[in-house]
Design a protein around this ligand. Structure first.
Ligand code: NAP
Length: 259
């Protein structure tokens, strides 16, 4: 039987009441990892955590907070205490034209999709090094490899995070602490619904048409499911993945056409 070697470990999974974060939390719980989950909306967070406890019996703590705030991060770190696995995630920035974005818009995107992850990494990495085990997964986006024109704020902030951790990952790997990026393509989540809305308005097409076109463009002929994404996260976090270092792994149904 394949053993992920993670039984009894503790993970912080950020922004995990639904969507890709929830997919990661679910997969980690299925290999015996205790969780700290967070999201701003408490109701959905508690419901998702209850379901995970019921399904797997792992210990799940919930923190209703904004992970992009200093207070939110402090609360999450305090709830976890010891951290073996950190999955960084937060909501993505809005689409638009860069001519309309002020410095404040950029700072907000950098805070959410670059600096929040770096601050959390800073808080957990030395104890991970001392413990000779740590797994850090940054949920970024396929846009890191193939920029999406209307998502300039996302392209910029996530590339910044990717560049920074690429260097750090190689400094900590000898301590069995790994940092990797997990890059979603297009998934069936609330986030994709808002992008479909946006494209539908701009292209003057129905939502159904935009969705069908999106699905047809993907080599798998469909959008991804969050549990498929979560499985990749659990693999990156497994005890036997210590040689997987500083990579940016696309799970996009083959949408990015390169070897
Ligand atoms: P989603 O379905 O909208 O879920 C987002 C989750 O994050 C929710 O649980 C949400 O709960 C929580 N959240 C958002 N902002 C938060 C904050 N500031 N503090 C704490 N929790 C927060 O989104 P998703 O599709 O899973 O996307 C996750 C990330 O992957 C985003 O950055 C997105 O841009 C990126 N991505 C997604 C896709 C895709 O196809 N889905 C593709 C590429 C990149 P609350 O709203 O209650 O806080």
């Amino acid at each position: 039987m394949l053993d992920f070697g993670l039984q009894g470990k503790t993970a912080i999974v950020c922004a995990s009441s639904k969507g890709l974060g929830l997919g990661c939390a679910r997969a980690l719980s299925q290999v015996g990892v205790n969780l700290v989950m967070c999201a701003r909306g408490e109701e959905q967070l508690v419901a998702s955590a209850d379901q995970i406890r019921k399904d797997t019996g792992v210990d799940v703590k919930t923190v209703a907070c904004d992970i992009t705030s200093e207070a939110g991060r402090a609360e999450v770190l305090a709830a976890a205490g010891h951290v073996d696995i950190l999955v960084n995630n937060a909501g993505g920035p809005p689409p638009g034209d860069f001519r309309d974005w002020s410095r404040d818009d950029w700072i907000k995107a950098l805070d959410a999709n670059m600096l929040t992850a770096i601050e959390l990494i800073r808080a957990v990495i030395d104890p991970m090094i001392d413990n000779k085990f740590g797994r850090i997964v940054n949920i970024t986006s396929g846009s890191v490899k193939s920029p999406i024109p209307q998502l300039g704020l996302s392209n910029g902030a996530r590339s910044g995070l990717t560049g920074f951790v690429g260097g750090l990952a190689r400094q900590v790997a000898r301590h069995n602490v790994t940092i990797n990026g997990l890059l979603p393509g297009q998934y069936n989540t609330a986030r994709i619904e808002s992008l479909i809305d946006n494209t539908s308005r701009q292209a003057n097409k129905s939502r159904e048409q935009v969705r069908t076109e999106l699905e047809a463009r993907n080599p798998c002929g469909r959008l991804g499911e969050i549990d498929e994404f979560g499985f990749a996260c659990a693999y990156i976090c497994s005890a036997s993945s210590g040689y997987l270092v500083g990579q940016n792994i696309l799970v996009d149904g083959g949408a990015f056409n390169a070897n």
